[in-house]
Design a binder for this molecule. Structure first.
Ligand code: PAF
Length: 281
């Protein structure tokens, strides 16, 4: 198995990509924070179908964690990640140090509004500025033709689409479907934190989303359905941040399916672990 090239600096990343571009390559970027699972692998495989060169970035971005959050204990599994990426024949791994991305004196932030308002922002106000800043940097650094993000972070995907459009970045943002465990739990690097009891309760989120989706389709009023869903999630031991029905493209609140394509979104904590999930109707 051929190990991917590794670039630790923006200069090395740009040199490798420029050499491929000169030969007419179509470049895909898959930004990640490492601790790779089958959800990431599905992004890489999709990228491989559309592009001649696939670059994966691995960077646990401190700017998207609040001081009380899990930056220090966020899972890091460099060797296993590299082996998984070698197996997928990834061409280049961009794995910069924090100082490469945020050198001393770094003073610029990208602060998104629009789809960034509400939901995650109500509970993690720092989050999307951190994500938007690092993703804007990665897109400018790599200048890929295509960039891949999972629908598991649905609000993040919409924020990044808007960011690329608003900043005229010449990249196509591609969203990829959620990959789930057999019992419905959406794959996430944070699932590594779950105790056995929490892991047993965790699929409640997806199950509740499915029940809510079925009830919404059958025409029941959305408010009553969401109230029932919230009770079910809390009864399974979660502390709920939100369970919401939103317009799938704008994330504006919706009262019924007549208001446009609906996406259900949920975020809840079980023990010390915060999980998110979503489902299209
Ligand atoms: O979804 C993630 O893993 C991160 O938020 C991203 C997009 C790589 C930015 O750090």
């Amino acid at each position: 198995m051929r190990r991917p090239k590794i670039a630790r600096t923006v200069k090395a990343l740009r040199a490798a990509i420029a050499a491929w571009r000169n030969k007419g390559a179509r470049i895909a970027l898959v930004p990640t924070m490492g601790a790779l699972h089958d959800g990431h692998v599905s992004l890489v495989r999709l990228a491989r179908r559309h592009a001649t060169r696939v670059v994966v970035s691995i960077f646990v971005n401190p700017a998207q964690f609040a001081p009380h959050e899990d930056f220090a204990r966020y899972p890091r599994s460099w060797k296993a990640d590299l082996a998984a990426l070698a197996k997928e024949k990834v061409d280049l791994v961009f794995a910069p140090a924090v100082e490469e991305i945020y050198p001393t004196g770094f003073a610029t932030k990208v602060i998104p509004a629009g789809p960034a308002l509400g939901l995650e922002t109500d509970f993690r106000p720092h989050f999307f500025a951190g994500v938007a800043t690092v993703v804007a940097k990665l897109l400018i650094e790599a200048m890929p033709d295509l960039a891949y993000f999972g629908e598991k972070d649905y609000q993040q995907l919409l924020v990044i689409r808007r960011l690329a459009r608003d900043l005229d970045l010449p990249v196509k943002i591609v969203g990829a479907p959620i990959v789930r465990e057999k019992d419905g739990l959406a794959l996430s690097s944070r699932n590594f934190y779950l105790t056995p009891a929490e892991r047993t309760a965790a699929p409640t989120l997806h199950r509740t989303l499915k029940q809510c989706a079925a009830a919404i389709k059958s025409g029941e009023p959305i408010d009553a359905i969401l109230a029932r869903g919230r009770r079910e999630i809390e009864a399974a031991g979660f502390k709920l941040d939100y369970l919401a029905a939103r317009h799938a493209e704008t994330l504006a609140p919706v009262a019924s399916v007549k208001d446009g394509p609906v996406r259900l979104l949920v975020a809840a904590k079980i023990g010390a672990t915060r999980l998110i999930d979503n489902l299209g109707i």
